[in-house]
Design a protein around this ligand. Sequence first.
Ligand code: 13P
Length: 338
Amino acid sequence: AAFSTVEKQKELIEIANSIVKDGKGILASDEGIPVIGARLKGINVENTPESRQKFRHMMYRAEGIGKYLGGVILEKETFAQKDSEGNRVCKPLLDAGIKVGVKADLGWMLMPGSMGEMTTQGLDNLHERCAAWKKEGASFVKWRCPLKIQNGGLTPSDLAIGQAAEISGRYAAISQAEGLVPIVEPDVMLDGDHDIELCKKITEKVLMTTFAALQRHNVLVEGILLKTNMVTPGAKGPKVDAKTIAAKSVEAYRRTVPAAMPGIVFLSGGQSPTDATENLNEMNKIEGNPWKLSFSYSRAIQGPVLEAWQGKNEEPAQKALIKRCMLNSLAAQGKYAG
Ligand code: 13P
């Protein structure tokens, strides 16, 4: 960020590194209202502001999560929400020294002129929203650009990849200017029946294009985190083992992700909780990586939590949360024993 002061740059670098230090990772709890609604419906809980608050507040109050989590991503509704006593729902996180982040994008829309592909919206007024979140205690933001492998790799098209990279660059520059660490999230989705080689080729292209755009926008790479997919076969493609996923993934990142970037935090993308932990662990068993490799899971953490909670059982749900966070933290250090 050529336009920012040395102090501002130092603060961004400090935030980004603190989120991934000592095996820490991120809990993604920023599902949009329809997505969290579908998850709550799965346990017969109605999708109201109150039930969303109850579920998320329960997770944020879990004793000891600060040991495993450096950050939590919130939906803007939750970031602004207060409990019946007037305390902010994110207060337990801030009290535990966990960095609070907000999902800054405003979802996706069909991109006319593309082959049925999506683009991410939310750049208008982003700087104002970022400035307000910063004032209210946020340390970072996230912005997801989903890209789908279809038609044997014909899509994601160069248009969709280029567009995703460009808006990621704009978003990252704006959030850094407002003092927030941007989590840049190009996501080559798990959907499809492709093999791991096609995922690897497309992931490398997407990451290379993304970092070129960050460079054009003068983004300080030391002050961001990359959130992205692991290199895997499509959900319906030919299966491979965790060691293969780890080797292919690490090779793809070494080819495309600057060594100056502090950490890659993975989305779980539909992997089972144990697969997500095991794959992360295998990657961390490979020596010599310049960046931290950690987690930013939603489904792979919250799946077992929702199941234990059922709208009422706080203690078992918090136990399930701590368990997944602890195991993923071990995996972020290559110390998960299965
Ligand atoms: P999943 O881990 O469920 O893929 O969600 C992570 C996320 O925040 C996607 O943007």
